[in-house]
Design a protein around this ligand. Structure first.
Ligand code: DGY
Length: 323
């Protein structure tokens, strides 16, 4: 039997590319240059499975390309807001993602942001590297203690809970959360967490507000001007989920007005661009979307995308079917 034809839109870890070559008639992207809209359309016409990632905008227009051959999209990543899922469903295209395997690493990055922004680590490093450190003194770069503070988590799914685990058991933090879905009592009890009724309550009560929900129409600009104003002036916003859950202009305004104490960000509304002013605040720590960026996790993501695609062609249940 001939192998399914696969097109991969970005460079993957070497061992995954090796596995792809064994299992598929695959076209890899050696240059790692992102596909244009036209190239994405052509790819859908020329393969059985497209393996895109978060940097590929798979819009309704792209999916509706004439003479499409691909009926499977094996996404490299957990988030699928870059794919028009409704359209895919309408057209009978199967889409899979890679949840679970990136939970720990994303939670680690959230914790790094909490620590860095509260303890002014970025500022300190910049000072040292620019040869401006004059030595230890009792009032030098005083930050905020993290241990024992209140962490408000918006979205208490896999990643939210993994952040809670680190914060609760590593840093003795008090866990508050908001989630539109019912969370089992044993999970809540495990973290001695408190479910608050509204996002407003989370904003009012937390020392750190961590965004850990998916990007959907409902969560677009969920953190907005009104909610920043509700946050304590001493509180920090942490976002490791998706950029457009936070209204970036409102965030810049909140930072400018000192409505909040700072922000730790891994994701942005229009990556890789972020508002110039956001880069000027000393009390903002900005990572270039590093959540899942460990070699172990990226290999696991690639293998999960492969496993989902194999299941599709072998007519088995997909381990991680989105639609
Ligand atoms: C995902 O998988 O959606 C991440 O944002 C990429 O690490």
């Amino acid at each position: 039997m001939s192998k399914p034809v696969a097109i991969v839109t970005r460079k993957w870890p070497m061992s995954c590319e090796q596995r792809l070559k064994e299992l598929f008639d695959v076209t890899l992207n050696e240059t790692d240059k992102p596909f244009t809209t036209e190239e994405l359309k052509q790819a859908l016409q020329n393969c059985d499975v497209l393996m895109p990632t978060v940097t590929d905008k798979i819009s309704a227009d792209v999916l509706s390309v004439e003479n499409r051959k691909a009926n499977m999209i094996g996404n490299f990543g957990v988030g699928f807001n870059h794919i028009d899922i409704q359209k895919a469903k309408e057209l009978g295209i199967t889409v899979s993602n890679t949840p679970a395997v990136l939970t720990d690493c994303t939670a680690d990055i959230a914790m790094s942001l909490i620590l860095m922004v509260a303890r002014r680590v970025g500022e300190g490093e910049r000072e040292l590297r620019s040869n401006n450190w004059t030595g230890w003194r009792p009032t030098h770069l005083l930050g905020t203690k993290v241990t024992g503070k209140k962490l408000g988590i918006i979205g208490f799914g896999r990643i939210g809970q993994a952040v809670a685990k680190r914060a609760r058991f590593g840093f003795d933090m008090e866990i508050l959360f908001w989630d539109p879905f019912d969370i089992p009592n044993d999970v809540i009890n495990k973290f001695n967490a408190n479910k608050l009724n509204t996002i407003e309550d989370i904003c009012r009560e937390s020392d750190f507000v961590s965004v850990n929900c998916p990007a959907t129409e409902e969560t677009f600009h969920l953190m907005n001007k009104e909610r920043f104003v509700l946050m304590k002036k001493s509180a920090f916003l942490i976002n490791t989920a998706r950029g457009d859950i936070v209204d970036e202009n409102a965030l810049v305004e909140a930072l400018r007005n000192k409505d909040i104490a700072g922000a730790g960000l891994d994701v942005y509304e229009t990556e890789p661009n972020l508002p110039e002013e956001l880069k000027t605040f000393e009390n903002v720590v900005s990572f270039p979307h590093l959540g899942s960026a460990s070699i172990e996790t990226r290999i696991a993501m690639g293998n999960t995308a492969i496993d989902n695609s194999l299941a599709f062609f072998e007519k088995r249940d997909l381990p991680n079917k989105v639609v």
